[in-house]
Design a protein around this ligand. Sequence first.
Ligand SMILES: C[S@@+](CC[C@H](N)C(=O)[O-])C[C@H]1O[C@@H](n2cnc3c(N)ncnc32)[C@H](O)[C@@H]1O
Length: 266
Amino acid sequence: MTSSFTVHDASGYEQLMGRWSQKLAPLFIDFAGLANGEKILDVGCGTGSLTFALAKAADLSEIAAIDYSPIFVEAANRRNTDPRITIRQADACALPFGADTFDRALALLVLHFVPEAGKAVGEMRRVVRPGGLVAAAVWDHLGGMPGMRMMIDTVAALGEGGRQLRSRYCFQPMMQPGEMKRTFVEQGLTDVIETELLVRMDYQNFDDYWAPLAAGEGPLGKYVSTLDAAERSRTEIAVRDAYEAGRRDGPRSFANVAWACRGNVP
Ligand SMILES: C[S@@+](CC[C@H](N)C(=O)[O-])C[C@H]1O[C@@H](n2cnc3c(N)ncnc32)[C@H](O)[C@@H]1O
């Protein structure tokens, strides 16, 4: 298996994550750097949060984007009006590009869904020219996402299936401190730096938080879709209680930390 990310619907993804990855993309671009005229690869572009932010951030000559999901590739292509951008279906572990093709290869919120994440980093290194740069960011599900931990801890308290989900969710690839840095070094990148990027997820009310999960989006939504009607209702009531935290339903804001790592191609 080359991707553990389940794709349901592109607009559902936007509500679950795309709206937040759009906020994260400029911070990640600042960390990865860009220069006018460069050729950039966006690995695991999804619906294009990073791809389209790259196009705005510098006068790039070319932006190639790939994603494993044909549904996301189609959605991103529908959004695209920029002739510098090409978007196609491909696997991060077998990139369809020759060696030394790009100035930088970037992956935003992707490597934690790639079981062989080291192989993907090796591929990113291969397609970047010597002197170029590879960078990636992944969420810190265990210690850096209180909004999602709220749901995960609630379902874990409700049953064994939820406990198993929590364990899988908190320990996806590349999420532990220093793990991505070690992998970058193992893949031959130099001057490797790991840092943290923070964005807030601001919800209008519980429905705004819950709707994409109830619709089956992402790993937590996939779990909800496996529940029978009674379990689903019990789960929704318990997660709502955690969201409201003893106050009336309404806006809530959660901090979210992503690990970000970059390294140079020797
Ligand atoms: C959380 S989404 C991030 C999408 C986008 N980069 C963003 O920031 O909104 C994870 C993406 O990684 C893609 N993905 C997972 N494994 C992949 C692989 N082996 N090759 C290419 N894409 C992959 C998924 O299809 C999905 O679009």
